[in-house]
Design a protein around this ligand. Structure first.
Ligand code: NAP
Ligand code: MG
Length: 485
């Protein structure tokens, strides 16, 4: 039996592993493209691996330009012929069906999400999959109530939505995108990220089982080029993109001058602000959750810790001691807190940025834990003595790496928090409610948590300002970009 030891104050704590059973899952050796309700062969296939042991899980189709055109034509045809004419209550019924079938298969999806992406099973089981399900339920409920939120008494869908998602929350990002789009009467072509295609193809199986009319949801895989074919296709009416700011900017350029609608959910470098009057132990949990959740592969991660100077030493001491209990390792172990980094290239990017932090003079801390010999892993890390000019204070690391910056007054905290090209999220920790409101109205961030962090709900909108993008997903706001009026 695998045992993991955590050393603390010379005493030794020993944990047994508790690995989630993965025998019940069904993953095919090969996945074709899901177009017009059928599995369609591609010319090329590529492997998707388990980043925690580098073993191949399956092969998936690589969609080229002609495949993308096929998928878009299928979505267009389905939109014109059926979906825009389908009664809103029926659209709702299909969404309820998807949600319920997904609920029945939640355990299988959680395991596959952890295998393909490297995230701890604890998180895929309690966050990714339940939240994806709740998005389908939530938007199922809206399908026949759109006239209450639209300016028009006859709200109309836009047409075909091209949707492109990243690898950090594959099924959840798909739910964020597909559910509101089809609830409003649009049809979709969605592309998974290169390293995490599996749960989207499993969702395709559910879409078949739910008997959603052919072509309403088309699911494809490929690389960045595949994404660009979706963006450039003239029959696409709306692009919904979640990913990096760099690619987001390119997409904006590509569609300039067309009448395609666009929402962009991009990167972030959130400030998690801890004031001197904060409940410190709770705040330390909030710091951990803010940056080490999903290995820090989180666009809204609290990756910049702004801590009031007079409590900084205490917070750092408590943070170090809490980090000694974080368990890094097999994503399928129910006790794992930090799983595998999603890919070799992401591990390289994190390593390079951490090296820049060391070179630029910040102080690094990593707990004394062992990393598995195989797979892509990175120790939970923080830097203190970080200056505003350091790369690690400005660039999105997208890994389990925290940069700690101190401040003396609330004014300085607000200035430092806003000193970024991003504006996705922020956190405020204080025991004074009035301070929360005073500070939050001066922060330029789309989502702000008070005395908590990384909390999501299908009813609340999510999205950013500045280079974190525009448009909102979730809640009523998440429906509006999928309606003409
Ligand atoms: P990425 O490189 O921008 O990729 C995102 C998606 O776009 C992937 O499916 C990717 O395909 C595709 N893509 C790449 N180049 C493209 C192009 N030229 N045209 C069209 N599509 C293209 O981002 P990532 O590294 O996967 O994801 C991490 C980023 O996503 C981070 O910056 C993070 O902050 C952001 N993110 C934002 C949110 C939010 O809600 N704001 C949520 C999650 C993640 P391949 O996978 O095949 O390259
Ligand atoms: Mg994979």
């Amino acid at each position: 039996m695998n045992k993991l030891t955590v050393k603390k104050n010379k005493s030794e704590i020993i944990y047994d592993s508790s690995v989630e059973d993965s025998k019940h899952i069904s993953v095919k050796n090969k996945y074709d493209l899901f177009i017009n309700g059928k599995w369609v062969k591609a010319k090329k296939y590529f492997k998707t691996i388990n980043p925690s042991n580098e073993e191949v899980l399956s092969e998936v189709a690589f969609a080229d330009k002609s495949d993308v055109n096929k998928a878009v034509s299928s979505a267009k045809n389905s939109f014109e012929k059926y979906w825009k004419k389908t009664k809103p209550t029926d659209r709702g019924k299909y969404l309820f069906r998807i949600a319920r079938i997904l609920q029945e298969k939640a355990r299988e999806f959680s395991v596959i999400e952890s295998l393909d992406g490297g995230k701890p099973i604890r998180e895929s089981k309690s966050i990714d999959i339940p939240l994806a399900i709740s998005h389908f339920f939530y938007y199922a409920g809206w399908a026949d109530k759109l006239e209450y939120i639209s300016r028009s008494s006859k709200p109309e869908p836009i047409g075909v939505a091209g949707q492109i998602i990243p690898w950090n929350f594959p099924l959840l990002m798909a739910a964020w995108k597909i559910a509101p789009a089809i609830a409003c009467g649009n049809t979709v072509v969605i592309k998974s990220a290169e390293t995490t295609p599996l749960t989207l193809y499993k969702l395709a199986e559910i879409i078949q089982e739910a008997e959603v009319p052919d072509g309403v949801v088309n699911i494809i895989s490929g690389d960045g080029k595949t994404g660009s074919y979706i963006v450039d296709n003239p029959n696409i009416n709306k692009i919904a993109f979640t990913g990096s700011t760099e690619v987001g900017k390119n997409i904006m350029k590509s569609i300039a001058g067309t009448d395609k609608k666009l929402t962009l959910e991009l990167g972030g470098k959130a400030a998690n602000i801890i004031f001197e009057d904060a409940p410190i132990d709770a705040a330390v949990e909030g710091i951990i959750n803010g940056i080490y959740f999903n290995q820090g592969h989180v666009c809204c991660a609290g990756s910049r810790l702004l801590v009031q100077e007079n409590i900084a030493n205490l917070v750092i001491k408590k943070l170090k001691s809490r980090m000694n209990y974080l368990r890094v390792g097999n994503p399928l172990d129910k006790n794992t807190d930090i799983g595998a980094i999603n890919s070799k290239s992401q591990l390289k990017k994190i390593t390079e940025l951490v090296e820049s932090g060391i070179k630029e003079g910040a102080n690094i801390y990593q707990p004394n834990c062992e990393l598995p010999a195989k797979g892509y892993f990175f120790k939970p890390t923080f830097f203190s003595n970080v200056s505003q000019a350091h790369r690690i204070a400005n660039e999105e690391i997208f890994g389990p790496v925290l940069s700690i910056i101190t401040f003396r007054t609330p004014k300085e905290a607000i200035e430092k928090a806003n000193n970024t090209c991003y504006g996705l999220s922020a956190g405020i920790w204080t025991s004074k409610g009035s301070k929360v409101f005073e500070v939050l109205k001066q922060l330029k961030a789309g989502v702000i948590w008070a005395n908590t962090f990384n909390k999501f709900n299908p009813a609340s909108p999510f999205g950013g300002f500045k280079e974190s993008g525009f448009g909102r997903e979730g809640g009523v706001h998440g429906l509006l970009p999928y309606l003409k009026n």
